[in-house]
Design a binder for this molecule. Structure first.
Ligand SMILES: Nc1ncnc2c1ncn2[C@@H]1O[C@H](COP(=O)(O)OP(=O)(O)OP(=O)(O)O)[C@@H](O)[C@H]1O
Ligand SMILES: O=P(O)(O)OC[C@H]1O[C@H](OP(=O)(O)OP(=O)(O)O)[C@H](O)[C@@H]1O
Ligand SMILES: [Mg+2]
Length: 326
């Protein structure tokens, strides 16, 4: 039974992702409003009816997406892969967001100089089992990811010691031999005299915009998500492109189109009428090469602008979601 519920968006309210997530929505012109203050975990988006915001921890956001209690959320891919058994059926990772980067890795004591790969680790584990009748202990909170990765490497002689914090301290404190944890700068691993195995990167994770396939996507939720994804896409296009305008009478329509193609630029308003300036939109990284080419073609004044938003009819994010939802 489908009912017409509001769109529920889950946003990190604490931890590593909070600030970047709030900045991400702000850039897209979506102002998160928390009427009850920091203690209230429910809010709204200013000027957007039909949307409810939940302020939760990154891990709780995964739970809400997996159950369908939230339609859309921002959280780490590491948590999605760890917490949701059938992640590809339950959720759609719409796009990585360029923040919250962390690798899930297998790390062993630096003192184990002969242990560089998962195969070496397998030898150590078998050896421990054979000589001492003990299984190698792996401290982690990534239990499912660890089981999957170890079994893919044929490593079976180990047991997991569930860790709920300060995982990297486990080998020094004697509660485990090795660890599986996330790392960004590597500082915590180094401080604990641990090293990553050469083939020990299990997952390269980023914060993602994630949609739930189990939520109730009624008309109100669909309309609201389209508005939100349109703004997000418009901000992204504006941020990654530049609008270039120039008067180039020497270039006819075909020459202008060829020049645009050379720099992966578009002519959003088509070729200009004679005597009118041309407007091109190119990737930010191509802008100076394009300016040089326009100057070489006789342009006297070339203007470059960074737009605040660039709305286009097609929106890859929304299309991806609606294709999935059917
Ligand atoms: N050092 C880091 N740099 C960048 N992103 C990180 C880093 N550590 C974690 N993340 C990302 O942020 C997510 C949430 O991490 P965070 O530390 O905020 O919460 P947590 O440790 O899972 O939970 P808790 O806040 O209860 O300790 C991680 O799962 C990962 O995707
Ligand atoms: O490679 P680095 O840049 O040193 O970052 C890695 C550390 O960051 C995370 O911990 P966090 O500080 O979030 O504390 P937590 O254990 O409470 O989650 C993670 O669990 C590592 O311990
Ligand atoms: Mg943390």
């Amino acid at each position: 039974m489908s009912t017409d519920t509001p769109l529920v968006i889950a946003v990190p309210s604490k931890g590593r992702l909070q600030e970047n997530a709030a900045a991400f929505f702000a850039r897209a012109g979506l102002e998160l409003h928390r009427p009850g203050g920091a203690r209230d975990y429910r809010g709204a988006i200013k000027g957007l009816p039909g949307v409810e915001v939940l302020f939760l921890s990154a891990s709780e956001i995964v739970t809400q997406l997996a159950s369908g209690a939230a339609h859309l959320g921002i959280t780490g891919e590491d948590l999605v892969r760890e917490q949701v058994l059938d992640a590809d059926a339950a959720v759609e990772l719409l796009t990585p967001l360029g923040f919250g980067n962390a690798n899930v890795v297998v790390a062993v004591p630096q003192a184990w100089i002969d242990v560089r790969t998962m195969a070496d680790l397998d030898d150590v584990a078998s050896d421990m089992r054979a000589r001492h009748g003990e299984r190698m202990r792996v401290a982690t909170k990534y239990i499912n990811l660890t089981r999957g990765f170890f079994s893919a490497h044929g490593l079976a002689d180990y047991r997991i010691v569930e860790s709920l914090g300060a995982t990297e301290g486990a080998p020094a404190s004697g509660s485990a031999e090795i660890v599986v944890d996330i790392t960004t700068t590597g500082a915590t691993l180094a401080a604990n005299a641990l090293k990553i195995l050469d083939d020990g990167v299990m997952l390269r994770s980023w914060a993602n915009l994630v949609a739930s396939m189990r939520a109730d996507w009624g008309p109100t939720a669909r309309a609201a998500v389209r508005t939100i994804l349109t703004r997000i896409a418009a901000e992204e296009v504006a941020r990654t492109t530049r609008e270039v305008s120039a008067l180039v009478p020497a270039l006819d329509r075909e020459a202008l189109e060829n020049l645009a193609n050379r720099f992966s630029a578009r002519l959003p308003f088509g070729a200009p009428a004679s005597g009118a300036p041309a407007t091109l939109v190119c990737p930010a990284g191509q802008v100076f090469a394009l300016v040089d080419a326009l100057s070489a073609a006789g342009a006297d004044h070339v203007g470059v602008r960074k737009l605040e938003y660039a709305f286009r009819r097609e929106n890859a994010l929304a299309e991806r979601l609606f294709r999935r939802l059917g």
